[in-house]
Design a protein around this ligand. Sequence first.
Ligand code: GLN
Ligand code: ZN
Length: 757
Amino acid sequence: MISVVGFPRIGENRELKKWVEAYLDKKLTKEDLIQNSKALKKNHWQFQKDYGVDLIPSNDFSFYDTFLDHAVLVNAIPEEYKSTGLDELDTYFALAKGYQDEKHDLKALPMKKWFFTNYHYIVPEITRNTEFKLSSTKPFDEFEEALSIGIKTKPVILGALTFLKLSKKTDVDIYDKTCWEKLLPVYIQIFEKFKELGAEFIQIDEPILVTDLNGADIELFINFYSALLTHKGSLKIILQTYFGDVRDIYEKLFSLDFDGLGLDFVDGIYNLELIRKFGYPEGKLLIAGVVNGRNVFKNNYKESLEILNTLSNYVEKKNIIISTSCSLLFVPYSLKFETQLDNSKKKYLAFAEEKLKELNELNMLFNDENYAQNTLYIQNIQLFEELKANKFSDINTIVNNLTSDDFERKPSFEERIKLQKDALSLPNLPTTTIGSFPQTQDVRKARSEFKNGKITFEEYDKFIKQKIENVIKLQEEIGLDVLVHGEYERNDMVEFFGENLEGFIITKNGWVQSYGTRCVKPPIIFSDIKRKRPITVEYIKYAQSLTKKPVKGILTGPVTILNWSFVREDIPLKDVAFQLALAIKEEVLDLEKEGIKIIQIDEAALIEKLPLRKAYHKDYLDWAIKAFRLTCSKVKPETQVHTHMCYSNFDDLLDEIAKMDVDVITFEAAKSDFTLLDSIKKSNLKSEVGPGVFDVHSPRIVSKEEMKQLILKMIEKIGVERLWVNPDCGLKTRKENEAIPTLQNMVLAAWEIRNNL
Ligand code: GLN
Ligand code: ZN
């Protein structure tokens, strides 16, 4: 049998994104949005069925985010969103995107990265007053929609422990029986409802089990599921985990009445050790995740079959279900659109569609006693032999020749910052942005026309320079202190560098959902990375030539390029990171040579890929931070190095981040409480800091007063000397009429405080 943990929901051409955006822009009716989506879901189910998938997921669809869907399902939504008079769907979008009218001014709920992926989930809040109750019919509707075309799906439901742990808790203790006992009846009702509808399998997702668990987590899990599973009746319940191994709870799962366990053997190969050591409970299904749901390279059949064969020593073969390691949400839809891609590269790749085929082939081989003679198997072995020959050159020689000097910026931060203050003469509370300005329709049009050969490079170049001129003028009018060139030439902060460095494969349609309606097209790192020529220098230099104020040169850092690309699985990430670092370093030095005084090396994703278990943090951070330091160790002391990090959840990591030895760091903070500022104060971090004062992910216009209060609070926490004032991320996804008023208010807020200091 074959199982899929989840399927990409955006559609092969990002249809869903386009419909939702059109609906929010009032260009598509609600009925059309719903009807179109129903058709899309049916397509996806049928598609999987045609590929022979036995356990086809449903409820993995979402208009915005499945975590938010779950919060709505169990009624974990704040009261103020319910009293808007909006209907169910619009309330949902209000939670996701914020809502403003004459009477209401509701913020969007915050987002966080989903484990170590670049997918963001919406973080609901659980309070003492949250009244858990079944409040949506979405999972049941979808089950019936599929049933209407003759497909009995396996509904996917977010598990209670993952839900409780990843939600924000204000005044509740999730470990207290009174909290989880209120949630239990909702899950029981879900079971009841599915029994009525005739469901057979239910998949309960508990990825939190692959993180470090404490005794209370384990107790909560066992108590909750012991109680819930007595209600399962005829349903077969699969406990699905992914992104790692379940070492903290494995043996304890045996006594619970799950019908099957979904284990990841890609990111969680240690699961195999657990099975070797503790065996496997008799009669239970094992959903064996051997096809990587997070990467785009072909499956190595030899390795997968070795795992499956080992498993069959402990689990009856008929109980082993071959599966993706996690949802396929994290890979693009199909290779069939990559018509421009040379077969010499394409043959190593597998997107979602091709992975369905792989599941099928693996299933066939696994059930064939003579699979070693099977052509599919032999061809796959050959392919991996060839890939091995297509190895990265040995960068160890370069890396081994690096000395500690290559990682060390001199003189110390304290001395540098003085020189920089003199060189830049910035006021207190300097105002800036993170880099990108709204990528308006005209920008996207010009880019696509240039790519399709409809306009020449000269025309495109002229257009970009005009945009730069406008944005410099705009920033001067607003009164910002440190300007940027707007990043109009970049489709995406990682893909752009991928396109301009050697060693990458760029796809035409390799979109994956990042959050809500936002998709990214990660480049694929395939061979040695080299910088062919300067990448950003010309436009940044041009921007600087237009103004007396400093223009900050924006680059993407090596770890972020690495983390937001698909990277070959047979090469150590660390080696790739150092290659990238050496390329970015050349760019940094070129910018400096051209008179750029502030250089921002974005490491938006450095924290995101932190291993899920604490025990592995150090190893990762050691090389990741070294790679960053390599990019800027040779700049002059008076050149100011900034970095930007998305995601504010790094309270415990500040002493590590301090090791980046960066002059200024900007980060997301608008949506979080102020614990990070307290932690900064207590940590070794010396850098100046710019905690974002507004949330760029929401169209909401933020008032001067609101930001003023925020800045005053920040000053109270960490003082005025080291504080910068900026948004919490790039403005790329905002519209101009949303971003500009808020930026104006931001600058006015900083000025008013500055004048009263
Ligand atoms: N410099 C980038 C921008 O402004 C940073 C984006 C990000 O952190 N994700 O768009
Ligand atoms: Zn950011």
